[in-house]
Design a protein. Structure first.
Length: 400
């Protein structure tokens, strides 16, 4: 069945899953043109909270959020609001020349916060370069995410402090890292799990397919979390696959499930389920969070050249933050005082991020030559000397 605002969806999983189905309808195929792609109906997916903020039942996944308290719901809302505020500030800083580039998560807050809050402290996370909300959940200071985009460091945090790997720019390669790490976790006999994030575009990379193969064969405790925001830069998902992405899992022998990526409760529940499978020795899972990239791919991109305004406006009505706010208000779980206090906290975060970025010191110009080889290398020494002479030439000009 197709999810709408009046009914809940049954779990939609691939044939390898516990509640698998074969030959089922997976949604209406979208027609494409050179500027946009549209669909007449939404695809089938797991949904616990409608765009109107109505709680709907799901027999399989309700148990994973059954004990959630009003305080925890407000916490999820706070996470999404502050993550969006940080993201907006980073975008503004790039436009002002303070960052070289920025990859916005606008519209994907529910997918990231829901899945991020499902992880345990001892789980290990492998992100791409857009998982700012997941980083927030793992306790990474937002200002540490900006050093790489400003060009002053290669990451800015110790991955082992928060079990949150450095951002990965090479598309899809982190899924192999996650699979190898998960295989090591299994050999160590630990009951923790690994989660790897990637996008719909990355799903076409060979590294991702290899990760699926190895994780399935070795029953690795890893969750592959694909944020399908429907656009791999300027290419719609239809250019990437002929079947829904979650169904790819069945070809590798493990379950896949599609979840409403704008529903923070559904993302929390489905990810908890997948992580528990991994920890209990049941192997990998593919979670496809069906969401939308509200902004540009990065600040170097102009989505108006390939995407219609009508499509974006339709998804704005499904905004993940507004959805949870409606539920909080309808359930009397939050009052105006809470929202006002959060607005004040949001503005304070924006100021802190802006001041921290502008105060970042320039990096040591010669740091690029360090740690290239463990024992040094004659060619690197030569290049360092040439660069030193080049830098000295500027001092000669200034002193003339």
């Amino acid at each position: 069945m197709t999810v709408d605002s009046s009914a809940a969806s049954e779990p939609r999983r691939s044939a390898a899953g516990k509640a698998g189905t074969t030959g089922s309808k997976t949604g209406t195929k979208r027609t494409t043109s050179r500027t946009t792609s549209k669909k007449s109906t939404d695809p089938e997916l797991v949904q616990l909270l409608t765009p109107e903020g109505k709680r709907v039942k799901n027999a399989e996944y309700d148990a994973y959020v059954a004990g959630i308290t009003p305080e925890e719901l407000r916490g999820l809302y706070r996470d999404m609001v502050l993550t969006r505020r940080f993201d907006a500030e980073a975008t503004a800083l790039q436009r002002q020349g303070e960052l070289g580039l920025w990859a916005s998560l606008l519209g994907q807050e529910a997918a990231q916060i829901g899945s991020g809050r499902a992880t345990r402290e001892d789980d290990y996370v492998f992100p791409t370069y857009r998982e700012h909300g997941v980083a927030w959940c793992r306790g990474v200071d937002p200002t540490n995410l900006l050093g790489m985009f400003r060009g002053v460091n290669h990451g800015g945090w110790d991955p082992n402090t928060n079990n949150f790997h450095l951002y990965t720019i090479v598309i899809g390669s982190q899924t192999l890292h996650a699979t190898g790490y998960a295989m090591g976790v299994a050999k160590d006999g630990a009951d923790s799990a690994v989660i790897a994030y990637f996008g719909d575009g990355a799903s076409s990379q060979g590294d991702v397919a290899e990760s699926f193969t190895f994780s399935a064969v070795y029953n690795a405790p890893v969750v592959f979390f694909c944020q399908n925001n429907q656009w791999a830069i300027s290419e719609p998902t239809e250019k990437q696959t002929r079947v829904p992405l979650y169904q790819r899992a069945q070809g590798f022998g493990f379950p896949g499930v599609r979840v409403d990526g704008n529903d923070v409760l559904a993302c929390l529940a489905v990810t908890k389920w997948a992580l528990e499978r991994a920890r209990s020795g049941e192997g990998p899972t593919l979670v496809e969070a069906y969401t939308y990239r509200m902004g540009a791919h990065t600040t170097s991109d102009d989505p108006t050249k390939y995407r219609a305004d009508e499509e974006r406006e339709a998804w704005e009505a499904k905004d993940p933050i507004l959805r949870l706010r409606r539920y909080l208000e309808a359930s009397n779980h939050a009052d105006e005082g809470f929202f006002a206090e959060l607005e004040t906290e949001s503005e304070a975060l924006g100021r802190r991020v802006r001041e921290a970025v502008r105060a970042m010191p320039d990096p040591d110009k010669f740091a690029v030559f360090e740690n290239v080889y463990a024992d040094g290398h004659a060619l690197v020494d030569e290049e360092r000397a040439q660069f030193a002479a080049y830098q000295a030439s500027f001092a000669d000009v200034e002193g003339a």
